[in-house]
Ligand binder design. Structure first.
Ligand code: CDP
Length: 220
């Protein structure tokens, strides 16, 4: 099963989503962004005002939410939460602040791991996240760890959010990214880390095309 997966992991705002989606297009296979699944659960946690440290309340919430992936004609997946397609709602400052706490909950990770594994059963896919090569598909044939310097990552996220440049916003974004990385790296279950058998891709001085070409070259 794992031979079907190209695993791309890395820290927040490293550019891995853009790289993963371009790579998938180049290879004509679907792309799955697992961060959006964690974001959807965080969105549900906030909407239902659930305390993510309350095990029972979280179990109840997880039972009540249905996450679905439906593929478009090109095979790309869109995520829906209880029948509602979510996009901009998943990248608000509130979700950014909550998501790493929600992603540290074991029951959340178990539910999403099952969903992630099921998506690779029948097809080759590019799957991107924090623990794809380490936990979800430890025997994936291709594993990449995409990173970039903290300054480059903050600038990329700012460009992506189309907010106006000011040192204050840049500093705020850098702080929020660093805080998510800290929580993601320090959690006991499935922490963010580069696996020994993953190829390190430092994209600090590479644009999207160069990074995709670097990865595609290794796969070929
Ligand atoms: O795109 P960005 O780097 O901002 O983050 P994301 O990929 O959307 O992931 C959002 C959050 O979900 C991360 O900070 C992690 O807390 C969590 N996540 C995870 O724990 N495991 C994954 N496989 C993917 C995301």
């Amino acid at each position: 099963m794992s031979a079907n997966v190209i695993a791309i992991d890395g820290p927040a705002a490293s550019g891995k989503s853009t790289v993963a989606s371009h790579l998938a297009r180049l290879l004509s296979i679907p792309y799955v962004n697992t961060g959006s699944m964690y974001r959807a659960v965080a969105y549900a946690v906030l909407e239902n005002k659930v305390d993510c440290n309350d095990t029972e309340a979280m179990a109840e919430l997880l039972d009540s939410i249905k996450l679905d992936y439906s593929a478009d004609e090109e095979g790309n997946f869109s995520l829906s939460l209880n029948g509602r397609f979510l996009k901009d709602e998943l990248v608000t400052p509130e979700v950014n602040a909550a998501v790493s706490h929600v992603a540290a909950v074991v029951a959340v990770r178990e539910k999403l791991k099952t969903l992630q594994r099921s998506l690779a059963e029948k097809q080759r896919i590019v799957m991107e996240g924090r623990d794809i090569g380490s936990v979800v598909f430890p025997d994936a044939r291709w594993k990449f760890f995409v990173t970039a310097s903290p300054e480059v990552r903050a600038k990329r996220r700012l460009d992506q959010s189309k907010e106006s440049y000011s040192s204050a916003t840049l500093e705020e974004i850098a702080k929020s990214i660093a805080e998510r990385d800290r929580i993601d790296s320090e959690r006991p279950v499935a922490p963010l880390k580069q696996c020994e058998d993953a190829v390190l891709v430092d994209s600090s001085n590479m644009n999207v095309e160069e990074t995709v070409a670097f990865i595609a070259e290794r796969i070929r």
